[in-house]
Write a new protein. Structure first.
Length: 405
């Protein structure tokens, strides 16, 4: 059975060219780049090349790139650096729809006595910019707003937010894990102070990430150790993965036009076909979003059941963020958007890449509607080809705040 992979926002397949670039550094090129001899020097040269390639994709200087182990480490590094370099400022501003790497840090900071303001979004997942402007005060150490939402693909106005933060003397960080490699960037022309990314979202392996830190910004390491990364992140460099991320960045830069044309067109055709299913709807702003992502709710059924049946046909998708999978609660992103209970539980995220084909879209459109029909026939919320009595559409979960809507 062929695998049809529509879950690229969770992780991506390692590109064959990336693997080929990495392989020598798992064999003969094994030197420590910090060593003074020639085995170390030849490896160090490849680290510099990888850093340049990543900087070219981001539109920044290579010296502004710090390698990390993943997006979560990058987020933690940015957050804690801003707090530790500004000990008199004990306020963080973020949004209600961030990735768990920021959401859970915000909860932890509250327990430590910090003040946290989470900005809301509207029904389309768009940030309330007036609320954000009111929230930033002289006590604010950091504003952290992601560039694109991992579940809905909604793109946030981070360039505008960065300008506002710079005017007020506040550090701005963006989690761009989902955005890097999908939309063009030129960080040197922005007021963004720090930016997080993860290699496994752009066809590099899991276990490598990076943090952009604007030149001149006060910075304190999260990983303290040796002199690696110019003293900004201790630990011997993960050379094969750094090389792989550099190659993936080079490929991503070349594929940006295709990502924003062919991939976008495939996404739109898949989405339009699925919306022909009765009682389905797109979650999120359909204009300002990533070119590869759609989040669709099929009311009155469970998204996990849809995924189970899709898997029988080799189709891989997601009901939300991979970092929150296993929870039976509706997505915190959809809850923040006010998506009705009947739809939030039946949401499916489909995220494509340049590897996907029109034939795969055709196959998914063939298999999806019968699955939905089958599951609705079994649902207590569905009767005689339509929604059942609305009094059944309630939820007994204390954590769910959607039933009133």
């Amino acid at each position: 059975m062929k695998t049809i992979y529509f879950d690229n926002n969770a992780t991506t397949e390692v590109d064959p060219e990336v693997f080929e670039a990495m392989e020598p550094f798992l064999k003969g090129l094994y030197g420590n780049p910090s060593s003074m001899h020639h085995k170390g020097g030849e490896v160090a040269a490849h680290i510099r090349l990888g850093r340049q390639r990543l900087a070219d994709l981001l539109g920044c200087s290579p010296e502004e790139v710090i390698y990390t182990s993943c997006g979560t480490e990058s987020d933690n590094t940015a957050l804690w650096s801003a707090l530790r370099t500004q000990p008199d400022r004990r306020h963080l501003v973020t949004s209600r729809v961030e990735h768990s790497a920021i959401v859970n840090n915000a909860s932890f900071l509250r327990r430590l006595g910090y003040s946290v303001t989470e900005i809301g979004v509207d029904r389309q997942g768009r940030l309330d910019m007036e609320e954000l402007a009111r929230a930033v005060t002289p006590e604010t150490a950091l504003v952290s707003i992601h560039w694109a939402n991992n579940e809905t693909g909604v793109v946030f106005p981070v360039l505008e937010i960065a300008e506002m933060c710079r005017e007020r003397g506040v550090v701005f960080h963006t989690d761009a894990v989902q955005a890097v490699g999908k939309i063009p960037m030129a960080l040197s022309d922005t007021k963004i102070d720090m930016l997080s990314l993860a290699g496994h979202k752009l066809h590099a392996p899991k276990g490598i990430g990076a943090l952009y830190v604007r030149r001149g910004l006060k910075f304190q390491p999260f990983m303290v150790g040796g002199h690696q990364e110019h003293g900004r992140r201790g630990g011997t460099e993960n050379v094969p993965y750094i090389v792989g991320l550099g190659k993936a960045a080079e490929l991503a830069a070349a594929r940006l036009p295709e990502e924003n044309s062919r991939v976008r067109a495939m996404r739109d055709r898949l989405e339009a076909g699925l919306l022909k299913v009765p009682y389905s709807m797109v979650n999120g702003d359909r204009e300002h979003r990533l070119p590869n992502t759609t989040n669709i709710s099929f009311e009155y059924i469970e998204g996990e059941s849809i995924l189970f049946h899709l898997s029988h046909f080799g189709i891989c998708a997601s009901s939300g963020s991979a970092c929150t999978s296993g929870s039976l609660e509706p997505s915190h992103v959809l809850r923040a958007m006010g998506v009705p209970f009947t739809a939030a539980h039946g949401s499916i995220r489909l995220s494509l890449c340049t590897y996907n084909t029109e034939e795969e879209v055709d196959f998914a459109l063939e298999k999806f509607p019968p699955i939905v029909d089958k599951l609705r026939a079994l649902s207590p919320f569905w009767k005689d080809g339509g929604p059942a009595d609305s009094t059944l559409l309630t939820c007994d979960s204390d954590a769910c705040n959607l039933c009133a809507s």
